[in-house]
Design a protein around this ligand. Sequence first.
Ligand code: PNS
Length: 162
Amino acid sequence: MKRAVYPGSFDPVTYGHLDIIRRASEIFDVLIVSVLDNKAKTPLFSVEERVKILKEATKDIPNVEVDSFSGLLINYAAKKNLHIAVRGLRAITDFEYELQIAQTNRKLSEGKLDTMFLTTSLEYAYLSSSSVKEIASFGGDISQCVPDFVAEMLYEKYRIVH
Ligand code: PNS
């Protein structure tokens, strides 16, 4: 059975992430989407909220599981017996950062954790969780960026009445 992990902050999940999740779920038998619990960062949504959002957004894809992890990805992957990490690439600017992480993970795991990249569909290439949060914080239209229930949760965080 081919299993893979799609790690990320997902603060919150966007249509760009969901596009990668859907496509990766067609390649692997099981895709575990795992939210990084990074104590050094202050996310807008808690890990529990991000996991809940991801579960709701992927409920129609049966082979997707949602989980969370803290610490190093290679340790989490080893514990779960996962050997492939999936990441999305939007542009060349992502590539440098992603290449560094992928190579570090491969080296640190002694070749046990490899990374597979999917290029983001062009319609979502401009999307990022950070820009979605910024637009939402000013009450802008994010209906093209995230599912409706996520947009509502974002406006609620910023106390924007729509
Ligand atoms: O959605 P993001 O924030 O771009 O995801 C980055 C993520 C979670 C994939 C990356 O930061 C990560 O795997 N962090 C866990 C810590 C780790 O393993 N670091 C070693 C790689 S340099």
